[in-house]
Design a protein around this ligand. Sequence first.
Ligand code: PEP
Ligand code: MG
Length: 633
Amino acid sequence: MTTSRPPRMSEPPSSPSSITLKGIAASPGVAVGRVLVLGDSRASYTRRRITPSHIPTEIARIRRAVEQAKQSLIDVSAEIPPEAAPDQSAILDAYLMMLGDPMLHTRVERGIRDERKCAEWAVAQASEEIGALFGGGDRHRDAYITERRHDVEFVCDRLLRALMGEPAAIVPRLDQPTVIVARDLSPADTAGMVKEPVIAFVTEVGSRTSHTAIMARALEIPAVVGTHDALHTIRTGDVAIVDGLRGEVIVNPGPIALEDARIRSARHLAFARGLLSSRDRPCVTKDGLAVSLKANVELPAEAILALDHGAEGIGLYRTEFLYIDRATQPDEEEQYELYRAVVEAVAPRPVVLRTFDIGGDKFASTFRLPAEMNPALGLRAVRLALSQPEVFKTQLRAMVRASAHGDLRIMVPMVASVHELRQVRVLLNASIEEVEQRGFDHAPHIPLGMMIEVPSAALMADVFAREAEFFSLGTNDLVQYALAIDRTNHSLAPLASPFHPAIVRMIAGVCEAARERALPVSICGAMASDPLAAALLVGLGLRELSMEAAAIPEIKEALLRVTLTECEEAAYEALRAESADAVEDILAKLFAPRFYDLLSGEARLSEPEIEPDSGECDGAERADAGDDDAAFA
Ligand code: PEP
Ligand code: MG
C-alpha cells in the first residue's frame, strides 16, 4: 500500500568498494555479519554426453540419488522444532511425494535414455521443463504458482546435491553469527537453520508471502528477499548489512555505513522492545476509546506469536494454507486437530476461521481448478466451495467439531450475493447435524459471518446485515475489485490504494449498516496494519482491527497517541476528498509528525543509548568483533 512516510534519514554513504543491492523488505530489523553463500547446484554440475553403454549406470545413479534425497528430507523432518512441526512437516511430505512423482522420473529418464545426457544434466533439464509448466520466469504470475515452481526447483536441487555427493544438510554448522545468502530457502533449509546462529537471510527470489519471509518474521530475523543478482554479487566471507526495514543489502560496507547500521539496528531494537513492553496494555485511544486488535494468521504456529504480540484473538485464520503445498486435501480429522489446536491455544479469546479461499491468486493443485482467463473473477472462494459441497462440508464439520474447544466463529470469503451466504448456512446446518449424528460435541451456537471484499457486498451491506452475524472488511480484495486493479500486478501497485475515496466511502457505508443492526464489524485487510490508516478506520467507525501479529504493538501505540475526535475529523475530511493522494495528505498532516518513529520503524534514541563504537577497526573486523557487534539484529 502507499502511505505518506516522513522523509527518510539521509542514506548512508558507502565505501568505494561497497555495493548496495535492492530487494523486498521481508522481515524488519538490521543485521551485520559475515556471509555464507549457499550455492545453486544447478549452476555447478558438468554437462556430460553419455554413450549407450552408460545409460544403465546413469539410471542407477539417479535412483540412488532419489533414495538419498528422500533420506535427507526425513532427517531434516526429525530436526524440526515442535512449534514449527505441523506446518513444516506438511511441506516436507509434499517434497517427498514430489521426489516420487512419475512426471519427474519420466522426464529425467528420457533425458538420459533418449538425449544421452548425464544424470545431473537430465535432472536440471527436468527442473526447468516442469518449472516452465508453472509459468516460466514471468514475475507477474501469482505468488502461489511461483512458490510451486520454487518447490520443483528445490526438489531437483536436492537430487543434484545427492548426485554430486554434496552434503545433505544445506547449512553447515555455523560457529559465528552468519548472514545466509541463497537463491531461495525452502522450509527444509530454514528448519535446519533454527538452531544455528543465522542473523539474517537474503534471497534472490521470493515475495513477502514466500516461505523465507514467513519464517524470517516468525523467527524475528531481518530478511531481504527478491534481491536480484545476490548470488553473482555476494561472496562467502563478505561482510553484509542486511536492512530488513529498507529492503537493502550493502556488501562490504565502509565504516560510515557500518556505523549507520549500528545506530539503525539499535533504534529498531529499542523500537521493537518498547512496543512489545506494552503488549499487556489494552488498546485505547488517548481519550479512552477501546479498540480491539486481533491477528491474521496463516499457519497454526502463528497463533502463539499472535498472543505474544498482544492480540486479543484471531480475527482471520486463512485456512486455505492448509490445502496448499500438498498432494492430497486435508481430511476432516487433520483439519479438526489443527483448528482445535489454534482454538485451544487462543482460548478464551475468539478465533475467526475463514473457510478456504482458494482460486484467484491462491492456487491449490488438489482442487483441479479450471484454466480461466480471469481467475480473480472466476471460480474462487465461496463459489468454489459451493461447487464442491462435499469438500466444503468436510471443512465445515472439522470447524463445527473444533467449536467445542473455545470461541470459534466461521467466516465466508468473497460473498457477492445473498443467496451464497444462505447456501453456506444450509451446508453449515447439515454439517452440524452430521457431527451430532456421529456423537461429537460442538458449541451451542457458531456465529457465521462474512468478508466484505466484493463491491456488491459493500454496497448491499444493509441487506447482508440481516443474514450475517458479523462482517470483516477485506480491503485487499475490495481495492482489487472496486478499482479494477489486479492485486498481483506489481507495476500497478501504486494505484491500488486503500485510501482511494471510493474505498473510504464503502468502509463508511459498511460501518453504518453494521451499526444500525448492532452487528460486529472488523477489518482484516492489510490496510489495518498501517498507523495512518488505523486512525482513519477508527474515525470511520471501526472498533476492531485485525492484522499480522508483528504490527499489533505498533498500531496500539499509534492509537494511544490520537483521540477519537481527531480520527473522526480525519474521516470527515477523507470522505469529502477527491483522490487517494488527498486522503493521504489529510492523514499525514494530522498524524505523521506524531507517528514519525512508527512510520520509519525506528525509535528516537538519545545519544547515550547507542553504545559508542570502540576502536579503529574496519568493517570486517567490526563484524567479527563478537556477538553483540557482529549481530546487531
Ligand atoms: C482481503 O482481501 O483483504 C483479505 C484479508 O483476504 P485475502 O488477503 O486473504 O484475500
Ligand atoms: Mg480477500
